[in-house]
Design a protein around this ligand. Sequence first.
Ligand code: ZN
Length: 48
Amino acid sequence: MNKEICQKCHTSVEEILETGYVGCEKCYEMLSVIKAVDKMYGGKRHKQ
Ligand SMILES: [Zn+2]
């Protein structure tokens, strides 16, 4: 279970994973979110 909560907007990792939306830019700093986002996009990141 993920109990991590964003320090800024207090959105929980669980919520983010459920909705697919982050509350703010700080949410991306949570390790669980980073991992989840990585999975979601499956390495299909924009190439620069
Ligand atoms: Zn946040």
